[in-house]
Design a protein around this ligand. Sequence first.
Ligand code: NDP
Ligand code: GDP
Length: 323
Amino acid sequence: MKTALITGITGQDGAYLSEFLLGKNYRVIGLMRRSASSDVIGERLRWLGVIDKVTLVEGNLTDLGSLIRTVQTYQPDEVYHLAAQSFVATSWQQPSLTGLVTGLGAVTMLEAVRIARPQARFYQASSSEMFGKVQAIPQSETTPFYPRSPYAAAKLYAHWMTVNYRESFGMHASSGILFNHESPLRGIEFVTRRITDGVARIKLGLADHLTLGNVEAKRDWGHARDYVRAMWLMLQQNVADDYVIATGRTMRVADFAALAFAAAGLSMDDHVRTDQALMRPAEVELLLGDPRKAERVLGWKASVTLEQLAAEMVEADLARLSR
Ligand code: NDP
Ligand code: GDP
């Protein structure tokens, strides 16, 4: 039986990856930071019915000792480093913390693995946000980066350090440059969940409108369940490498909103307002990934359409709010 260690197990991807790896008969260990709300923090794992099947270990990315001890104790075959301050908007409010956790935290984790289990295969959760002010359309593994937020700059540091540990120490360390991926378990602050939660509230008569920021921004959105499969596939390769994971289709925030309202039998035009206060200091206007390398080498392809994703998220939010 293989052992996988997941940092960020309580997040969206950590929950889906746990479910996926348990289905492949892995022993799943998850790093969880101490919280005064520990009763609610495992909500996503509970939602997927896997919380009792994983081992949760207390630790924090800012505490090297806790990471070394965890790696030393469980001797993982694969390490999926997903933990981060992952919300772009917050990264302007807390740039130092974002640098510490999202950037340096990855290096701290790489160090723990190098010290305690150097032969483990390592996955770094890199991001399409690193392309920022895009230098080419679509974006592939060879497109130059241009980060536009403290989050993206921190991810870029973590990304290059992963490449550096691969080249310096021969570690099997891969970066997945994942484009936005969503699900009913997406954090409520991200635009897709804000929209589907808002749609459900309007449908149930709990609200009459939804306020958004820049609805013209375009994203290449996929389903998280598809994307965690790509993470695993990367670590099954003989040689570590970096891969863009995307659907190859881009849509406006307004288009996603239209799909979500339509899924509930509503019209977006009757219910959406925009507010300048929700605009960002610097925007990433357009992301569109070129997933051909992942298709060719990993045999990976997105299987869920944006229409299906929006409908699934709206349905889940309606069910949540009707409870
Ligand atoms: P989430 O925000 O849902 O999860 C982040 C996880 O990191 C949570 O488990 C959180 O714990 C944990 N965490 C935060 N700070 C610390 C810390 N100091 N020590 C230990 N754990 C910590 O992110 P997603 O699941 O959506 O994304 C997974 C990874 O992929 C992230 O690194 C994200 O930046 C990256 N990514 C995501 C994309 C997406 O579209 N979802 C696209 C590209 C990259 P807690 O529950 O306690 O807050
Ligand atoms: P990101 O791509 O990681 O920043 O993911 P988000 O879901 O947070 O944002 C995607 C896009 O939606 C960005 O261009 C935002 O500016 C835009 N957007 C528009 N309105 C909102 C909103 O109310 N909340 C969020 N989070 N994003 C919004």
